[in-house]
Design a protein around this ligand. Sequence first.
Ligand code: NI
Length: 172
Amino acid sequence: MARLPILRYPDPRLHTIAKPVAAVDARVRRLVDDMIETMYANDGVGLAATQVDQHERVIVMDTSEQHDSPLVLINPEIVERSEEMALAEEGCLSVPQIYDKVERHARVKVRALGRDGAAFEIDAEGLTAVCVQHEMDHLLGKVFVEYLSPLKRNRIRTKMLKKTRDEAKGAP
Ligand code: NI
C-alpha cells in the first residue's frame, strides 16, 4: 500500500467529475487500499478518489470510534434521502484546519459496490450520513466550502493559497 498526495483547495482538479468504475479489479482494489492508508495516515474519516487526483467513483470512510472499520463505496448512489435536514460541522483533508457547519439530509440510504465488487446498501445517519454526502459531493467536483458564503469561501481560499506557498518555501 502507498500513501497518496492529497489535492488541496482551491486546486482546480478538485472540480473534476468522477467517472463510474467499470469493473472492480485488482487496479481498483489497489486504489481503495492506498486511499484507506492515506485516510488513516491523515486522521481523516473519509476520502474520495477525486482528492487523490483519481477521477473514479470511489470513496473510503471510517466513522467508527476505534477507526478500525473501513467502509468502501464504489459507484455509490443515494437511493433515499430524509426530508429532515441536520446542521453539522465538517472538515476536509483537502481544506486542512478549516471547519464549518453545513446542512445535509439527516439520513440517507446508499447503494454501492464494496471492495469485493458485491452490491450492498447502508442506512446512514449521524456522522456517517454527513460523511457519505460530503464524499459524494467530491465525486461531483464539489468541496464543502462551496456551501459557505462567498466571503468565507474567499477567506479560506486565500488562507489555503498562503499555506501552500509557505510550505513550498519551507516555512513551518
Ligand atoms: Ni472532503
